[in-house]
Ligand binder design. Structure first.
Ligand SMILES: Nc1nc2c([nH]c(=O)n2[C@H]2C[C@H](O)[C@@H](COP(=O)(O)OP(=O)(O)OP(=O)(O)O)O2)c(=O)[nH]1
Length: 143
């Protein structure tokens, strides 16, 4: 019998840059959990809760994790039909460009280090495997 796989659970992530029109630096965050992912660098964000939109979820996650308000830009489109990026077999992430509008980023929750990376430094951190192609697309936009 034909069984379609379960839908991929939605995650949202932010490509936080210094300027949405002319980005020169990307914010990378180092995860603290779970042990299998700890130490890997990622785009801040997290799972979309039931009843929440992607945009609402991303604002909530960035407030909780980094203590900032952001302006969101366009979606960094990924290879899935709906523009998401696959994260293994279970999750798919929608990535938005973002810029901080209030507050200073701090590793409040889920991360123990943050770095603003220039295009030359983009691969100086160990990105989570699923993030490598996303960073490749971001790299094309960083001046
Ligand atoms: N936030 C985020 N998660 C990523 C990225 N790359 C990647 O593979 N993931 C994975 C790690 C997790 O398995 C999943 C997202 O979960 P999360 O742990 O960030 O979500 P959350 O903050 O809502 O976590 P929790 O409350 O359920 O513990 O996606 C990324 O760039 N950002």
């Amino acid at each position: 019998m034909d069984e379609s796989p379960p839908p991929l659970r939605s995650v949202v992530g932010a490509a936080i840059v210094d300027d949405l029109q002319r980005p020169t630096r990307l914010l990378a965050a180092r995860r603290t959990e779970p042990p299998a992912l700890a130490g890997g660098w990622e785009l801040p964000g997290g799972k979309v809760d039931p009843g929440e939109s992607d945009v609402e979820a991303l604002h909530r996650e960035l407030r909780e994790e980094l203590g900032v308000e952001v302006e969101l830009g366009e979606v960094v489109r990924g290879p899935l039909a709906d523009g998401r990026w696959p994260l293994g077999d279970t999750f798919a992430m929608t990535v938005f460009w973002a810029r901080v509008t209030e507050g200073e980023v701090a590793p409040i929750e889920d991360h123990d280090a943050l770095r603003w990376l220039t295009s030359r430094e983009l691969y100086a951190v160990s990105w989570l495997p699923a993030d490598v192609p996303i960073v490749g697309v971001i790299a094309d936009r960083l001046g």
